[in-house]
Design a protein around this ligand. Structure first.
Ligand code: G4P
Length: 285
């Protein structure tokens, strides 16, 4: 489901998330492990303040393992509690619980020293559309909680759900807007499915994907499409090679560039060509 984010939606989302934040001890921010920088909402840092934050690099099964490790180290150095997950796997609850306990240890120790009775750790999940928030909540809750859809902010009737023995989770995630100020960020968001294809130029997305693979994953690209190219091949020639190899032709034997474009986008998005991380931990701001 795509949202057109208008300023009013953004203000509402921010307000609702600020309200929910008052109820929780810890925030679980979900990012896409393939684009940990591009899938971050720019405003969240301001509203979270110094509340403990667990950062989930979700969809790790589609990202590059080495790059995910680098991101984990980088995020640790930034003072948050990172964890890489495949949100569909059965061990998600345990992993999140362990990290949430670690992130809130000091708060609960302080409460204990003051003689306050121990209670469950309260958490909420936030993130931009399509990073896997509902998948993770359903997985943790061991049931299908109401699909909120990707409506901005959070819906009003929130309930606590028991998550394991130590944690309670708000059953509706906070939905935040994606970054849209920069073209290359938009291309990464599109390439991973975080924003819909009708808001971007598909040719640009396919060109971006091909250039990225040509520079960083040439062998995977050559092998997957069975094409003979090198690091200096012009992009249009790569389109031609893929069209030839896949038999994407129009009448008159012309290459059907539209089909090549679509194929490249889908194959990259579904991690069929390889597991790529488009935001490198070194260099992303
Ligand atoms: P959202 O609430 O943040 O908007 O995201 P949601 O959970 O709806 O997940 C978006 C898509 O990402 C879903 O696929 C979901 O299955 C997939 N997904 C979530 N976590 C992971 C993960 O760790 N690895 C992989 N490979 N995929 C993940 P979909 O195609 O929209 O739906 P469906 O195929 O599940 O029906």
């Amino acid at each position: 489901m795509s949202i057109n984010w208008f300023p009013g939606h953004m203000a509402k989302a921010r307000r609702q998330i600020e309200e929910s934040l008052k109820k929780v001890d810890v925030v679980i921010e979900i990012l896409d492990a393939r684009i940990p920088y591009a899938s971050k909402n720019p405003m969240l840092d301001h509203v979270i303040g110094d509340k403990p934050r667990v950062v989930v690099l979700n969809k790790k099964d589609m990202a590059n393992n080495k790059e995910t490790d680098r991101w984990i180290n980088r995020l640790k150095a930034e003072g948050v509690y990172p964890i890489a997950l495949n949100g569909k796997e059965p061990n998600v609850l345990k992993k999140i619980e362990n990290t949430v306990v670690e992130a809130t240890k000091e708060i609960f120790e302080r409460m204990e020293r003051k003689g306050i009775n121990p209670r469950a750790i309260r958490a909420m999940i936030v993130g931009i559309p399509n990073v896997g928030k509902s998948t993770i909540i359903n997985n943790i809750a061991k049931r299908k909680v109401a699909k909120t859809g990707n409506t901005p902010g959070v819906t009003k009737a929130q309930q606590w759900i028991k998550a394991g023995t130590k944690m309670e989770l708000l059953d509706t995630p906070g939905v935040l807007w994606p970054k849209f100020e920069d073209e290359s960020i938009g291309q990464k968001l599109s390439l991973t499915g975080a924003i819909k294809d009708n808001v971007v130029n598909l040719d640009d997305i396919a060109i971006f994907a091909l250039k990225f693979m040509q520079e960083h994953h040439l062998d995977a690209l050559k092998q997957f499409y069975n094409i003979n190219i090198d690091e200096n091949t012009e992009i249009v020639e790569i389109f031609d090679a893929i069209g030839q190899s896949r038999g994407f032709k129009m009448s008159g034997n012309e290459i059907d560039y539209e089909r090549v474009t679509e194929r490249v986008i889908y194959d990259t998005r579904d991690a069929k060509i390889g597991r790529f991380t488009f935001d490198l931990a070194e260099g992303a701001e």
